[in-house]
Design a protein around this ligand. Structure first.
Ligand SMILES: [Zn+2]
Ligand SMILES: [Zn+2]
Ligand SMILES: [Zn+2]
Length: 360
C-alpha cells in the first residue's frame, strides 16, 4: 500500500458516510487496491443520472445485419442452421474478425527507440454479432439468445488461448455511441493480446495477497458479505450474484460474479451459461428501465491462461454505465469520483426489477 493510501485510512479512521447524502467518503476496492471517492451531490436523486436515450447516429447500411455477410471478413464461428453455407443468413450469433482491428495477427516483436520501448501491434480482434435483429442492446433478447452470446465468448476464448502467442483474451462490450460503440447493431468484442493487461495484474495481485493473508478468496468473501448485508445487492440469480461494488467508480456500476469460486469464465458449462444469461438480462433490463437504456461498457475479467496465480482468481463481469464524464481529477490522480452511492444505486435498480416483475 502506498503512503497516500495509508494517509486516507488514517484520516478516515471513523466512517464519515452514514447514509447521508452530503458527506463524501473514500472507499477502497479490495481486489484492485483502488480508491474511489463517493461524493453524493446534495440535490441529486438516482433518476437525475438518466442520460438521453442513446444518441443515435444516422443509420446507413449495417454491416452486421443478415444479408450483409459479405461486408465483414469471413466468419470464424456461427450458431444457427447447421445446413447453411458460411457467411449467409440463418445464423443466431456470428463471430467475425474485426474489419478495422486495433491489433493484428503479427508475430509479437519488441524493441527500443532510445529510451522508448515498443511492441508490434500483435493480437486478434474479433466481433461477436449478438443477434440477427438490428437492435442496440441485448436487453430485449431471449435468455436462449443471450446464452448463445455467452457461449460464443467462451468458445472463442478457449480457441484463442490455444495460440501460444496470446497471454490474455479480453471480452468486452461497448453499447451506445458515447460508450465507444461504432456500430449500433448490438455486438461485443474479443481481443487476444500477447501480455496480461495491467488491470488484470492488479486484480491478480489483490486476490493473491488476500488469499495469502486469510486463506480465502476476496471475491468469495465479498459476494457472501453482499448476500448477507443486501444493501448493494441488485439481483440474486442463485448461481450468479449481481451487486454494486462497495468502491464503485461509476454511478450504477454493477458487477456479476459466480457465487461459487471459479477462476475461468471459459470453463462454464451449458447450464451455468444459461443461468448467467438470466442474471445478465435481469441487470441489463433493470438498467434500461431505471436509466432509459444508458450507454455502458461491459468487461469480463477472467484468469489468464498459464498464470501461476490463476487459481486464486474469481472471474466476474463489470458493467459501467456512462452517465457522467470523467475529467481532470480522475486523470490527475487516478481516483474516480462517484456522485451516486452504490447503496442508492442498488436500491433503485432493485426497485426497477420489482416493478418489472409486478407487471409481468
Ligand atoms: Zn444491423
Ligand atoms: Zn472466489
Ligand atoms: Zn475486475
Amino acid at each position: 500500500m502506498t503512503d497516500v493510501n495509508k494517509k486516507h485510512e488514517a484520516g478516515l479512521a471513523r466512517p464519515v458516510f452514514q447514509g447521508g447524502k452530503t458527506v463524501p467518503e473514500w472507499r477502497k476496492d479490495p481486489i484492485a487496491d483502488r480508491w474511489v471517492v463517493v461524493a453524493p451531490e446534495r440535490s441529486k436523486r438516482p433518476s437525475d443520472f438518466r442520460v438521453p436515450r442513446r444518441d443515435r447516429k444516422e443509420p446507413g447500411r449495417c454491416p452486421l445485419c443478415p444479408g450483409h455477410e459479405a461486408d465483414t471478413p469471413p466468419e470464424v464461428l456461427a450458431y444457427g442452421d447447421p445446413a447453411r453455407p458460411s457467411d449467409t443468413p440463418g445464423w443466431r450469433v456470428r463471430v467475425v474478425p474485426n474489419k478495422f482491428p486495433a491489433v493484428r495477427d503479427l508475430p509479437p516483436e519488441t524493441g527500443r527507440r532510445g529510451l522508448y520501448e515498443w511492441q508490434s501491434g500483435a493480437g486478434r480482434h474479433e466481433v461477436v454479432v449478438e443477434t440477427p435483429d438490428h437492435v442496440p442492446d441485448l436487453d430485449g433478447q431471449s435468455p436462449g439468445q443471450v446464452t448463445d452470446v455467452l457461449r460464443a465468448w467462451a468458445e472463442r476464448s478457449r480457441e484463442l488461448r490455444r495460440d501460444p502467442r496470446w497471454r490474455y483474451v479480453q471480452v468486452l462490450k461497448n453499447t451506445g455511441w458515447s460508450a465507444g460503440a461504432s456500430l449500433e447493431h448490438t455486438h461485443s468484442q474479443i481481443i487476444a493480446i500477447p501480455f496480461v493487461p495491467a488491470a488484470l495484474n492488479r486484480e491478480l495481485a489483490g486476490m493473491e495477497a488476500y488469499q495469502q493473508a486469510t486463506g480465502r478468496c476476496v471475491l468469495c468473501d465479498a459476494v457472501s458479505q453482499e448476500l448477507t448485508n443486501r444493501r448493494r445487492l441488485v439481483h440474486d440469480g442463485g448461481s450468479f450474484v449481481a451487486f454494486t461494488p462497495f468502491a464503485a467508480r461509476f454511478p450504477a456500476e454493477v458487477w456479476i460474479a459466480p457465487r461459487e469460486h471459479a477462476p475461468d469464465f471459459a470453463a462454464l458449462g451449458t447450464a451455468l451459461l444459461r443461468a448467467l444469461a438470466d442474471t445478465l438480462l435481469a441487470v441489463l433490463r433493470g438498467l434500461s428501465r431505471a436509466l432509459g437504456a444508458p450507454p455502458y461498457n461491459l468487461v469480463l475479467h477472467t484468469a489468464p491462461a498459464g498464470d501461476d496465480r490463476a487459481a486464486y482468481f474469481h472471474w466476474h463481469l463489470e458493467i459501467s454505465p456512462r452517465l457522467i464524464i470523467t475529467a481532470g481529477f480522475e486523470l490527475g490522480t487516478g481516483y474516480y469520483v462517484n456522485p451516486l452511492p452504490p447503496e442508492e444505486a442498488a436500491a433503485w435498480l432493485r426497485r426497477a426489477n420489482e416493478t418489472r416483475e409486478e407487471r409481468s
